[in-house]
Structure formats: C-alpha cells, structure tokens
Design a protein around this ligand. Structure first.
Ligand SMILES: C[S@@+](CC[C@H](N)C(=O)[O-])C[C@H]1O[C@@H](n2cnc3c(N)ncnc32)[C@H](O)[C@@H]1O
Length: 331
C-alpha cells in the first residue's frame, strides 16, 4: 500500500483516514489525498427540460466562465474552483437551466438508465439533482415519483423541481420504508441514493463536514439503509432494477447492505455497472473478516480526485422466473 501521501491525522478523523486507506488499498494516491484538501472543480449539467447546451454554453462563456466538457455526457461540463461563485450566481443556475452537481452524481443517474415511458421512483430525493436528471432522461414521458421525509428538504425538492421544469414529477413527503405497502411491486427502476455518513463530502477546510463522523454514526446509517434497500426491492417489478448508491466509503454502508439483501432475497441479483470513467474499484470481497457474495465485484466505488466525489454504486435486479420476463411472484 502506498502511504507516502498521508493526510495529517489532526485534520480528518484519524480512524476515518485509516479505514479509507484499507478500503482503497494500493489505489491510495496523491489524487485521493488531495481531494480532501484542495478546492474542487465545479461540475454542472445543462437542463434539457428547459434549454440545450447550444443555448446555455455561449451565455456562460460570455459571463467569463471557462467551461470544459465532461467527455462522457453531452449535457455535462465543469469549471475550475476559482469560478465557483461566478457559476453558482449566474442567472442560468438561478432559473434552473443549469444544475450544479458533482459528476459522480451524474454517473449514478446514467447507470440507472431510466427510459421514457417507464415507472420510476427516486426513493431519497432531496434536494433533487438526480430526480431532475432522471426527468430529463425520461423526457417527461412516463411516471416519475420522488420521495423525501424531511420537511425542509421536501420543500427544497419541490422548489428545485418546479424551477427545473419538472413539476410533472409526483412528490411524496414520506419515509420511503413505507413505500411498498402503498404501491406494491410496480416500479421498472428505482434510485436509492441512501442517506449516509457523507464521507465523500469531507473536506479539511470544512470541519462541519466531518465533525460528527463516528463508527456509531456508520452503524446507524447501516441500520436505516437495510430497511430502505429492502423496501426498494419490494417495490420493484419482477425484472425491475434498483441502483443503490451512497457517498460513503464505509463497507458497512455499502457492500454489507447489498450483501444482506442478496442473501435474504432469493430473487435478487447484482448486475455489472459499466461506467464511462476509469477511476473506480470493484466492490470489496470482504471487510473485517466478513466475506461478501462473489458478485460484489459487479459494484463500483468511484475514487475521488480534484473533480469527482467518491461514490459507491450497486445495480440490483429483481429476477423473473424464466429469464423471458415472466413474473415469478406477486401476480
Ligand atoms: C444523499 S441524500 C439524496 C440526494 C439526492 N438524491 C440528490 O441527488 O439531490 C439522501 C436523502 O435521503 C433522505 N432520507 C433520510 N431518511 C429517509 C427515509 N427514511 N426515506 C427516504 N429518504 C430519506 C435525506 O433527508 C436526504 O435528503
């Protein structure tokens, strides 16, 4: 393991740094170390529900923004960290034509691959960046619902959807663990961007981002995530797919949550995720002596750098009887 680029442990919680070095192993490099201390470039997506890159980009450039394209998404761009304020205060951000969010978030929505006409749910949706991206990918065709239980965040979600031209999204202020009791197994695709310890958002310049980190917090998140992933799975149609993701590196919040679902639901399986970037590792085969399902290698852990936040993703499929799309149960 290359530990020549250590983060001074009086900055981030030492136990967090030690665990992360074990999780990423030999991939621990200067890039990762600096992702916690250097200002990050700022990515954004042009919102196709309201405009196009051909219209929005010249306006941004005219305001002095030096925009660079994300090579794998026609609507995705980024600017350097010193242009953050110029971008976030631009009228196109304020009117919802442009949405600022990390490229790893955009990759999660791309991996979900929602299609026009499908029945889709974003189970933990506020503030709504991924819901808006899903809505744009569905082109307003189909049924898209977004769930968020925390009132202030629910209002923020609704405001963002309205501003982003996605008022057609059905919003529910609800603990998503209650969803399958209300809906039954009806969704083609579900995004579960689970509430988590937020490790990928830690930055040494923002002590608030990590001051509440603890193993206990990770255990609490694990417990809630288990309930949410079970609920999401129950709400999937046979043949349906759920993307489980977190912005935590902790295996307890990632591989362990997915592994338990695979072991308890005989109709569940993991699909390979194909990402258009190379900064990722497969899911871990084991953690602290606990061995996970072999298929965990189909998961992805995006490694952070000056642009990308860390992110874990698992694509779970509800199997059908015969592989021909015939439902195994529920009907
Ligand atoms: C990682 S954030 C989602 C970010 C969002 N997907 C986006 O891209 O803008 C997780 C969200 O889950 C919400 N949450 C917490 N407990 C929940 C529950 N029981 N059911 C559904 N959502 C929950 C949190 O309030 C938070 O807004």
């Amino acid at each position: 393991m290359n530990r020549t680029h250590e983060i001074p442990s009086d900055e981030l919680p030492p136990a967090f740094v030690e665990r992360l070095q074990v999780v990423v192993g030999s991939a621990w490099t200067l890039d990762i170390e600096q992702s916690f201390r250097l200002p990050k470039s700022v990515a954004f997506r042009v919102n196709r529900l309201l405009t196009t890159p051909a219209l929005a980009c010249p306006e941004l450039c005219a305001a002095g923004l030096a925009i660079e394209p994300l090579p794998w998404l026609a609507d995705g761009f980024f600017v350097s960290s010193d242009q953050r304020a110029l971008l976030t205060r631009h009228a196109l951000v304020e009117n919802g034509h442009v949405y600022v969010h990390n490229p790893s978030s955009m990759l999660a929505t791309l991996a979900l691959a929602p299609q026009p006409g499908e029945t889709v749910m974003d189970m933990a949706a506020a503030p709504g960046g991924k819901t808006l991206h899903i809505a744009a990918m569905m082109g307003g065709e189909g049924f898209l619902s977004a769930v968020e239980p925390v009132q202030s965040r629910f209002f923020k979600l609704k405001a963002n959807l309205r501003r982003g031209g996605a008022a057609f999204v059905r919003t529910y202020q609800l603990d998503a663990r209650r969803v399958p009791n209300k809906t039954g197994p009806r969704f083609d695709r579900i995004l579960l961007d689970a509430p988590c310890s937020g490790e990928a958002r830690f930055h040494v310049a923002e002590p608030d981002s990590y001051k509440n980190w603890s193993l206990r917090k990770i255990r609490e998140c694990h417990s809630k995530q288990r309930g949410l992933i079970r609920a999401g799975f129950a709400a999937l149609k046979p043949g349906g797919r759920m993307l489980y993701c977190t912005c935590s590196y902790a295996p307890e919040e990632n591989e362990a949550v997915v592994d338990e679902l695979l072991r308890t639901e005989s109709e569940s399986a993991l699909n390979e995720i194909h990402l258009p970037v190379e900064r990722w590792q497969p899911g871990l085969p084991e953690w602290q002596g606990h061995r996970f399902s072999d298929s965990m290698s189909r998961c992805r852990r995006i490694l952070p750098d000056h642009l990308y936040d860390g992110m874990f993703m698992a694509m779970i499929q509800k199997l059908t009887d015969d592989g021909l799309g015939k439902p195994r149960s529920f009907e």
